[in-house]
Design a protein around this ligand. Structure first.
Ligand code: SF4
Length: 338
């Protein structure tokens, strides 16, 4: 595989807890902790996890919408720190974020033409009125909104959710980006139109050789849509690998829980994992493995030591003590034994 286009290296993001009560002073939400992830040209990587796992925060860190607490974001191997000004605009022209709810990402009183003209004038500076219109027509045609003039004079509320998501993809395309960060791009859409949007994103990824991060809570769609999958739990990545391997031979108990929670009547070989708890507080996350309060296989070691990523096969890793050579060391070898 070639070098990654965009990379998160050991990235951490803590948000301060704000509130009226003084008790919040100094406390932080551990939204993302020591996460590394690589995105490659022409390749889709799924980032899967339940709500609050930190996957959307990681997408926003890659987009430079938040400053990092620690770690590094690298574009073509070069560290970027571009949360404002010219550096941010340059980053945005290469890395485009597509949001979950298209209705929330458009000005309701601006026509589609006016919204797209603004994006075109930023990213195609120097083009005149007719040339801008030609670019807009092309962007809408590429996103299967044809004939384009049927859409340009409409306002967001006159389009369906699927059509508006295509317009938001067209707006992202105006920058000719090298990376798409698609944050739950189909979650708010009717099931009947999700496949069309995913197929469009896949076609654009292949035709334009862009790297794509596909953020989703739906692990079944990751298998269909993405070459690689990373599973995130409570601010940490717990399993990575080729999507086929992660979804068909899930190694981490949390990934197994996600898969057994996704209804798929055609599958009879799913390893059912009983969910025995709730996601933890990220203000004071559990010690050791953060999944241990919910894990039916938890051992004493899991409560005390954070598991490293164990390499299970080529490119397949899981952060779980079950894959250590000696999963449960003798009591005398445990870190609490003196
Ligand atoms: Fe479960 Fe322990 Fe593995 Fe964590 S490290 S997933 S608690 S077995």
């Amino acid at each position: 595989m070639t070098a990654p286009v965009l990379e998160a290296v050991d990235v951490t993001k803590h948000f301060p807890v704000r509130g009226l009560v003084k008790r919040g002073a100094g406390r932080v939400v551990h939204a993302v902790d020591n996460v590394s992830l690589k995105l490659y040209s022409g390749r889709i990587t799924a980032l899967v996890g339940e709500s609050g796992s930190g996957k959307s925060t990681l997408a926003r860190l890659l987009a430079q919408l938040y400053p990092l607490t620690s770690g590094e974001i690298r574009l073509h191997g070069n560290p970027v720190q571009a949360t404002k000004g010219k550096a941010f605009r340059e980053h945005v022209s290469k890395v485009q974020l597509i949001l979950q709810d298209p209705f929330a990402s458009f000005n309701p009183v601006a026509s589609i033409a006016s919204t797209l003209r603004r994006a075109v004038s930023i990213h195609h500076a120097g083009k005149g009125g007719d040339e801008q219109l030609a670019v807009i027509d092309d962007l809408l045609t590429q996103t299967n909104l044809a004939p384009p003039r049927q859409f340009t004079q409409k306002f967001p509320h006159e389009l369906s959710g699927g059509q508006l998501q295509r317009v938001s993809i067209a707006r992202a395309l105006a920058a000719s980006p090298e990376v798409f960060l698609a944050d739950e791009p189909v979650s708010s859409l009717d099931v009947s139109i999700r496949l069309g949007i995913l197929n469009l994103l896949r076609r654009l990824t292949e035709e334009r050789d862009v790297a794509m991060l596909y953020v989703t809570h739906d692990i079944a769609s990751a298998r269909y849509f993405a070459a690689d999958t990373a599973v995130m739990y409570a601010g940490e990545i717990v399993e990575t690998g080729p999507s086929e391997t992660v979804t068909q031979q899930a190694a981490h108990p949390y990934t197994q829980l996600l898969i057994s929670s996704a209804p798929d009547p055609s599958r009879t070989d799913v390893k059912r994992v009983k969910d025995i708890g709730q996601p933890p507080s990220l203000i004071s996350p559990p010690s050791g493995c953060r999944f241990h309060p919910r894990c039916p296989f938890a051992m004493a070691r899991c409560r005390e030591e954070k598991p490293p990523p164990f390499e299970l096969a080529d490119g397949h890793t899981a952060r779980c003590w079950l894959y250590a050579d000696n999963p449960e060391p003798a009591a005398s070898e445990r870190p609490d034994a003196q």
